[in-house]
Design a protein around this ligand. Structure first.
Ligand SMILES: [Cu+2]
Length: 186
């Protein structure tokens, strides 16, 4: 009996720990990795990079991953890198919104295709508004939350990030109820 309860509890904890892991890890170039002859503008197109996601560059020896400014990205200029790594497996956390530029600093490689620009959206910031909607206690003075119906300009990506915390909350509640029922039965 005690073992069963512990098992259920462990399952419950595992579910709730796994749920908030929404960040995505992108392998640059997928199976082709980070190499000359790549087409990284095509690879990046259609992907929705959000703050908290990360990029993984896999490459052999003789390459680097340098984060550079836009001007250096466009001109393939080497020597002004913001950061550089040549470990063969470089993980870049996308910590800030905006466009980030990466090139290989080996002469000739950037112009041979080893250049990547990713536009990162500040998608997680809207989740901070999810702390308010638990207002079933309707205090008199407060104006009703107009933000729930307003701003229909949101595109698909931002509406997804707005829904996610609610989904997490609902699933947590359901799993908590199930846990309680199972514990009563046991
Ligand atoms: Cu290279």
């Amino acid at each position: 009996m005690v073992f069963s309860k512990a098992l259920v509890l462990a399952l419950f904890l595992a579910m709730n720990m796994a749920l908030p892991t929404i960040a995505t890890v992108y392998t640059v170039g997928d199976t082709s990795g980070w190499a000359t002859g790549g087409d990284y503008s095509t690879w990046a197109s259609g992907k929705n990079f959000v703050v908290g996601d990360s990029l993984v560059f896999n490459y052999g020896s003789g390459h680097t991953v340098d984060e550079v400014k836009e001007s250096d990205y466009k001109s393939c200029s080497i020597g002004n890198s913001i950061s550089t790594d040549s470990s063969g497996a470089t993980t870049i956390p996308l910590k800030t919104s905006g466009t980030h530029y990466f090139i290989c600093s080996v002469p000739g490689h950037c112009s041979s295709g080893m250049k990547l620009a990713v536009t990162v959206k500040d998608g997680k910031s809207s989740s901070s508004s999810s702390t308010t909607p638990s207002s079933s206690s309707s205090s008199g003075k407060g104006s009703p939350p107009s933000s729930t119906t307003a701003t229909p300009k949101a595109n698909a990506s931002s509406s997804v990030s707005r829904v996610t915390p609610i989904v997490v909350l609902i699933v947590s509640l359901i799993s908590y109820c199930v846990l309680n029922m199972v514990l009563v039965v046991l």
